[in-house]
Design a protein around this ligand. Structure first.
Ligand code: NAP
Length: 359
């Protein structure tokens, strides 16, 4: 294969991302098979070129200078399923649109993805951060992944345990960060299964609609409505949705850190009696990052030049129209500093930052 036939030069990356900021890729190629991916990796290696693999672009911040290497967009497609007995086994290419897959499974009456409706991005991203929302997460239905190992050039299979899932994390985000490119994912869904109604906000929403025993599609619709009300569904007519979704991970604190955070903030006059904390199985406490941000003095709809927080959710940093990456980073730092000053908690950004390292 002559990989150079797939290459384009100086391709703007901003339009391929939901934040719509950032400069061009020096070289860019859309790869739709594992062989094309392999050829692209080989090409970059031969030229001594940095490599970045892009998916749906809904969780990345591209530097204003762009990326001085090769960007491969993972567009490996294909959905196969085998629905026999109680379980539908689905093999989906990493480049498939996630929400279209969710929609298809809900239409078939297969349970397991319904609460993950309305999430932007592609299938390949779901194992990386164990994408989850409204009471469901990827690791509950994922059976295995197929991945291209950049170290060896081999394709490998990993079962669920080997992915080392945790809260919004996996080995692909930790010890093997940047080592594997996910090429396809196998999931197992429950045929004619009931929807998972575990999240208080979802339960409340369905109750308000007088839906006592929701179907999978009613659950999907409810989740999309909740997300839309928070501008967490990408929509060109909604300026608050020009974001990378949640910009920070909800911090998980030890009980000592939780008490310290409360104490520190109350000394500064912040009313923390209702500081939410959700105990985890391991004894740690998960705290909504949005609550910390608002109490640290950055409200929803906060404006800093061309960047801001969404008027519907303080956790989303938005491009107000003509922001560049620098504007977003400035606001990110302001938020992190304020939360650190008030609570002593360092928020960890969720998106992947591309082109910021010295090249
Ligand atoms: P939210 O509903 O304001 O909740 C904020 C935090 O509180 C989350 O960590 C959530 O846990 C936790 N929480 C809320 N109610 C809870 C309960 N009854 N029991 C235990 N924990 C509870 O969150 P949001 O920012 O609007 O996000 C909505 C959903 O989307 C959340 O499930 C969030 O995790 C998810 N989300 C996922 C990603 C991702 O996968 N990368 C990105 C953005 C948002 P959980 O996080 O465990 O749900």
């Amino acid at each position: 294969m002559d990989f150079e036939e797939f290459l384009s030069e100086g391709v703007p990356l901003g339009p391929m991302t939901s934040l719509r900021v950032g400069g061009p890729a020096r070289y860019f190629a859309d790869v739709s098979t594992v062989d094309e991916l392999r050829a692209g990796v080989h090409w970059a290696r031969t030229k001594g070129m940095p490599l970045f693999v892009l998916g749906g672009g809904s969780n990345v911040v591209i530097a204003d200078e762009g990326f001085a290497g090769l960007v491969l967009r993972n567009s490996i497609k294909g959905v196969k399923f085998d629905a026999g007995g109680d379980v539908a086994t689905i093999d989906a290419g990493a480049g498939e649109d996630w929400d279209s897959l969710v929609e298809m499974t809900v239409e078939h009456g297969w349970a397991g993805f319904e609460c993950l409706s309305g999430i932007p991005g592609r299938v390949g991203a779901t194992p990386v951060q164990n994408v989850g929302a409204y009471g469901q997460e990827t690791s509950e239905t994922l059976l295995s992944v197929e991945a291209f190992d950049l170290n060896t050039g081999e394709t490998v299979q990993m079962d669920r345990a080997e992915c080392e899932f945790g809260y919004r994390t996996s080995r692909f985000k930790t010890r093997d960060k940047n080592r594997f490119v996910i090429t396809s994912v196998r999931y197992g869904l429950r045929i004619n299964g009931d929807p998972a109604i575990k999240y208080a906000e979802l339960e409340r929403h369905l109750k308000e609609k007088n839906i006592a025993s929701p179907s999978l599609s009613q659950t999907r619709n409810a989740v999309i409505e909740i997300r839309r009300n928070k501008s967490m569904v990408i929509d060109v007519s909604d300026p608050d949705s020009q974001s990378a979704g949640s910009f920070f991970v909800n911090p998980v604190l030890s009980s000592e850190q939780f008490s310290e955070a409360r104490e520190r903030a109350s000394h500064q006059g912040v009313i923390v009696s209702a500081m939410p904390g959700y105990p985890q199985r391991d004894g740690n406490i998960k705290v909504p990052a949005a609550w910390l941000i608002e109490r640290a003095g950055i409200p929803r709809g906060f404006v800093l030049g061309n960047a801001g927080t969404s008027s519907r959710h303080a956790l989303a940093i938005i491009n107000r129209g003509s922001a560049n990456a620098r504007d977003l980073i400035e606001l990110m730092e302001l938020i992190r500093n304020r939360v650190r000053e008030v609570f002593g908690v360092t928020l960890v950004p969720e998106p992947v930052f591309v082109g910021f390292e010295k090249q």
